[in-house]
Design a protein around this ligand. Sequence first.
Ligand SMILES: Cc1cc2nc3c(=O)[nH]c(=O)nc-3n(C[C@H](O)[C@H](O)[C@H](O)COP(=O)(O)OP(=O)(O)OC[C@H]3O[C@@H](n4cnc5c(N)ncnc54)[C@H](O)[C@@H]3O)c2cc1C
Length: 405
Amino acid sequence: MKDIVILGSNFAGFTTAIQLKKRLRNKREYRITVVSPSNEFLYVPSLIWVPFGRRKLNDIKFDLKPIFKKKGLNFIQKAASKVDPDTNTVFLTDGETLNYEYLVVATGVKMNFDVVDGLKPEDHKIENIVIPKLAIKTKDAFEELVKDSGPVVVGATQGASCMGAAYEYLFNMDKELRKRKVRDKVDLYWITPEPYLGNFGIDGMPGGENMLKMFMKMYNIKWITDASIDKIENNVITLKDGQELPYKMSMLMPPFEGADVMKDSPKLVDAKGFVEVKPSYQHIKYDNVFAAGLAVQVKPPFEIKNTPFGVPKTGYPSDVTGKIVAKNVARLINGNDKLYEKEWGKIPALCVMDAGHKEVYLLANHLFRPRQFAILVPNVFNDLGKIMLEKYFLWKNRNGLAWLP
Ligand SMILES: Cc1cc2nc3c(=O)[nH]c(=O)nc-3n(C[C@H](O)[C@H](O)[C@H](O)COP(=O)(O)OP(=O)(O)OC[C@H]3O[C@@H](n4cnc5c(N)ncnc54)[C@H](O)[C@@H]3O)c2cc1C
């Protein structure tokens, strides 16, 4: 038996596994094994709704085991601890090892809380919505805020890349505070490393800055761009320019780095633990190693002059890169050395930003400039698109239809 090992089972890992199995249906000598500490698929984008009770975790996840079994995929529910690409070995945290002919890395990210003192969850100062247990804790903090209101700071630290989700959380918080009739007791601040509102780490979209400014004014939210945090103390955040922002509650998006397993596999990654790949998502040195989704190294295609920030890696390109990797591994196995290429920045932009009972569609032919087509389409009546996308994505994956867009 020849082994293909996929590390990670969410957007990128799941798509790669299902697609690869389909492409290799006639190659019975190949066994595909997915390794992940979690047996659940989690629709991460809906974590923004968990703090406001609009979604419970059970609404946005499903058990992967039945679908993997049905598709004939081997699943090991364990975490990998490191990879040695010279001996084609994956080490698991329990000491077991796996050998592979091909390896796909889709292990997502780890948050870097060291970027500023006081940011760590155990410091009990700043809330976070990136992982389920912290999103649930943020719900408790929000309920406290409703009972005993005061100023709120929402945003992203220097070096962050996932500003879009923080914007969504901000607008949903404004909406929920109004619904609970305490919005007038809350001074709401938005702080971001972006040089201008709506940069989103992709150098903006036409009309984006004006639209975001309009939302901020309409919702009475004060904003600070190019913000770099100096320190976080109990009830006050100090920026590097000396501004002090008092807060009763705060949610800040930290920067992301590669998962520990990849940081501990230095031959495959850059200094931040992201896998260095060619436009085919094949590793730059190891031809039998591929990466997809958040695990991939993506350099900003523009110069960052002041406060550092990163490029967002959203669900659609994570799914697309999973499909490209499946296509390319299958090509190599079928003796075709000409790999399909699509640089990250040339993948189309397809995203919905929830703006609290409103939403904005971000559509462009390329994620990064130059783009021949880029448009923001607001829907001011509801956020039905965001809801439909969640339902579609969960339905598609629960039924193993990962080939759908
Ligand atoms: C709050 C929030 C809101 C977002 N909103 C949007 C949105 O509205 N639209 C959008 O397009 N994108 C959004 N994103 C981004 C989107 O969630 C990511 O692009 C997507 O999750 C990336 O998929 P991935 O498979 O690369 O990584 P992940 O989804 O993070 O999956 C990583 C996988 O690796 C596994 N893993 C981790 N460590 C190991 C290990 N040691 N060994 C083996 N497996 C391991 C995990 O169990 C998991 O299965 C949002 C992100 C956040 C945090």
